[in-house]
Ligand binder design. Structure first.
Ligand SMILES: NC(=O)c1ccc[n+]([C@@H]2O[C@H](COP(=O)([O-])OP(=O)(O)OC[C@H]3O[C@@H](n4cnc5c(N)ncnc54)[C@H](OP(=O)(O)O)[C@@H]3O)[C@@H](O)[C@H]2O)c1
Length: 298
């Protein structure tokens, strides 16, 4: 089995590389932005035609949600044109195309959890560019999987967990938004889900056994929480592990009290029953991961 990874130095990209490194039955080519700019159509075609992967996993993205409001063209180029070129190239060589998308394709106005059949209606440029990317992938490569995930954290790059750990060292008080709800998701669990799906779809004996359903799947961590609750758990973990004895006060504030360039959905909780039914992949337990990871996060 041959897998091509793009965006290999992002959070999910690095977790993919780490997991693939220990899988003896998979040949992989992991490319960072310097190796392959996914917005360069000629390079995408050349790379895919030469390597001839069985699956492409696109972990490359423009993820700066607030900056996207000003860098609209760049966000669409990376989050929509790039996935389109990859999907066209994947289809050309008969590869499976796995693409990662986001909870921010939803408006957040729904009560309850979002399932795959709910209509996207993104509130910000990042969400719009990712939704556009989803449609390009679906249009150009019928054998595709789009994995929508949320609130990604890991030991790599920058993310909410790392920011809270850093701020808790610098400050005595933190004010965190309490009216946006979602599922924190460990990047390593996302990469594991993508590899389980790839294997399941690429092993021919599995294909005969089950009807393959390509398309959109939701995958996030559980339990769903607000950013305020998530931050509180991160700090509590620090106390429990005796990483700090400094008293940090966390105040719950509304989104209105913390204005950002991009407006965000109040509710982006994902229903993940389809991926469990199709691939036996359960929602990830972010509290356990956070506890295991804390030492590697600073
Ligand atoms: N982070 C989240 O909270 C979150 C939430 C929901 C969904 N997602 C989705 O999950 C996926 C993975 O997210 P992540 O957190 O792992 O993202 P990330 O850490 O920002 O990684 C994205 C990677 O893509 C690279 N990249 C940017 N432009 C590129 C280009 N033109 N060609 C090739 N590579 C390029 C980036 O390089 P540079 O850093 O050098 O630009 C970076 O290494 C993305 O599709 C994202 O939309 C993320």
């Amino acid at each position: 089995m041959k897998i091509l990874i793009t965006g290999s130095e992002g959070q999910v990209g690095r977790c993919l590389v780490k997991q693939l490194h220990s899988m003896k039955d998979v040949e992989y080519l992991a490319l960072n932005k310097d190796d392959l700019d996914i917005t360069d159509r000629k390079e995408v075609d050349k790379t895919v035609n030469e390597f001839k992967p069985d699956a492409i996993i696109n972990a490359a993205a423009y993820t700066a949600v607030d900056q996207a409001e000003e860098n609209i063209e760049l966000a669409f180029s990376i989050n929509s044109d790039g996935p389109k070129y990859l999907a066209i190239a994947a289809n050309h060589v008969g590869a499976l195309m796995l693409h990662i998308s986001t909870d921010y394709v939803f408006s957040g106005n729904k009560e309850g959890v979002y399932c795959e059949l709910d209509s996207p209606s993104p509130k910000n440029i990042y969400g719009k560019s990712k939704y556009s990317g989803e449609r390009e992938v679906a249009k150009h490569c019928p054998r595709h999987i789009i994995l929508r995930t949320s609130w990604v954290f890991s030991e790599y790059g920058s993310n909410f967990v790392k920011s809270i750990l850093r701020l808790s060292k610098e400050k005595d008080e933190l004010s965190i938004v309490c009216d946006q709800f979602g599922g924190p998701t460990y990047a390593g669990d996302i990469s594991n889900a993508l590899l389980v799906i790839s294997k399941s779809l690429l092993v021919k004996s599995n294909l005969k056994k089950r009807k393959t359903e390509f398309g959109i799947y939701h995958y996030s961590g559980f339990p769903h929480v607000s950013w305020y609750e998530f931050a509180s758990c991160i700090i509590e973990g620090q106390y429990a592990k005796k990483e700090t004895d400094k008293e940090i006060k966390i105040y719950a504030i509304s989104s209105l009290e913390f204005p950002t360039k991009a407006s965000r959905p109040k509710n982006s909780k994902l229903n993940c029953l389809k991926i469990e039914a199709g691939f036996s992949i359960k929602m990830s337990d972010w509290k356990k991961t956070l506890n295991d990871l804390n030492d590697d996060m600073s």
